[in-house]
Design a protein around this ligand. Structure first.
Ligand SMILES: C[S@@+](CC[C@H](N)C(=O)[O-])C[C@H]1O[C@@H](n2cnc3c(N)ncnc32)[C@H](O)[C@@H]1O
Length: 268
């Protein structure tokens, strides 16, 4: 008998604010979606595994008719539906990725962005993804590569230094850990890394807004910090921001450069 699954890290608590922490320009989402749609036949299904509020699902459905989003958080899926109201809705399934309610070989492409680091038994997720991926289909592992933030990174480093920020339970490094695992366990050697210039963007981030997001614990790595420690780390983060940027009014900004990266793994 298989052992019961541990409690998943649902994003229910931050559903309404989640996209503030991971802003994605519509034109970049469209470019990524267009690329993914080009990898499948029109009658094939695409799965966005751990779709959250659908940053990518909502773009995919514009460029491909058959899109499913799966997530363990009913609130994230409700937010996706709300953001997509008035437009075509993807099929949405509330499920744990470690036990997918889909038949074998159902999907021509499966996307997973920022999710495997949250799941301790991520190898179970991979096993399920591989099961429901059709032979010849593609598994797409995506992430945003962001430049350092004077504010957010200060909080995270300070939290780690004080031993308050637990490491995420799942796998951190796609390149070093997931791809070698896919090769050794599933013989997946056909891997391409894609990140064209159209998937890069620069944005000005308000220091005050960033401090407010940190204060509200919008980032999942902050969820386990005790309140008193959070208050202390916040005070240190504010003091550092004042030192770097001067008096903090709503005009202070920092520049953030981001590029989206996809590892495209083909199932033979
Ligand atoms: C950081 S968000 C990423 C959402 C989306 N992929 C994106 O890039 O915006 C992680 C998502 O994974 C979901 N999640 C975490 N553990 C999960 C699990 N075991 N099964 C299904 N979804 C899970 C969370 O509820 C959350 O919506």
């Amino acid at each position: 008998m298989s052992s019961p699954l541990s409690e998943p890290l649902s994003f229910d608590r931050v559903a309404a604010q989640y996209e503030r922490t991971r802003p994605l320009p519509g034109e970049v989402a469209d470019e990524v979606a267009r690329y993914i749609a080009s990898l499948v036949e029109p009658n094939e299904w695409i799965l966005d595994a751990g779709c959250g509020t659908g940053r990518f699902t909502r773009a995919l459905i514009k460029h491909h008719p058959q899109v499913t989003g799966a997530d363990v958080s009913p609130e994230m899926l409700a937010e996706l539906r709300r953001l997509q109201s008035g437009f075509p809705q993807p099929v949405l399934v509330t499920t744990d990725l470690r036990a997918l309610p889909f038949p074998d070989a159902q999907f021509g492409a499966i996307l997973a962005v920022h999710v495997l680091h949250l799941i301790a038994d991520w190898k179970k997720v991979i096993a399920e993804i591989w099961r429901v991926l059709a032979p010849g289909g593609v598994f797409l592992l995506g992430y945003e590569d962001r430049s350092k933030s004077q504010v957010r990174d200060f909080y995270m480093t300070e939290g780690q230094r004080r031993g308050l920020l637990p490491r995420h339970p799942g796998v951190r490094n796609t390149h070093a850990d997931v791809l070698p695992f896919l090769e050794s366990e599933y013989g997946a050697t056909d891997v391409e890394t894609v990140s064209p210039p159209a998937w890069e963007w620069t944005r000005m981030v308000s220091i005050a807004a960033m401090l407010s997001d940190l204060d509200s614990r919008l980032y999942s790595s902050q969820w386990q910090i005790p309140e008193t420690a959070h208050i202390e780390v916040m005070a240190a983060t504010r003091a550092n921001a004042e030192q770097v940027f001067g008096a903090l009014d709503s005009t202070e900004h920092e520049t953030q450069e981001t590029r989206f990266v996809l590892h495209v793994v083909r199932k033979s």
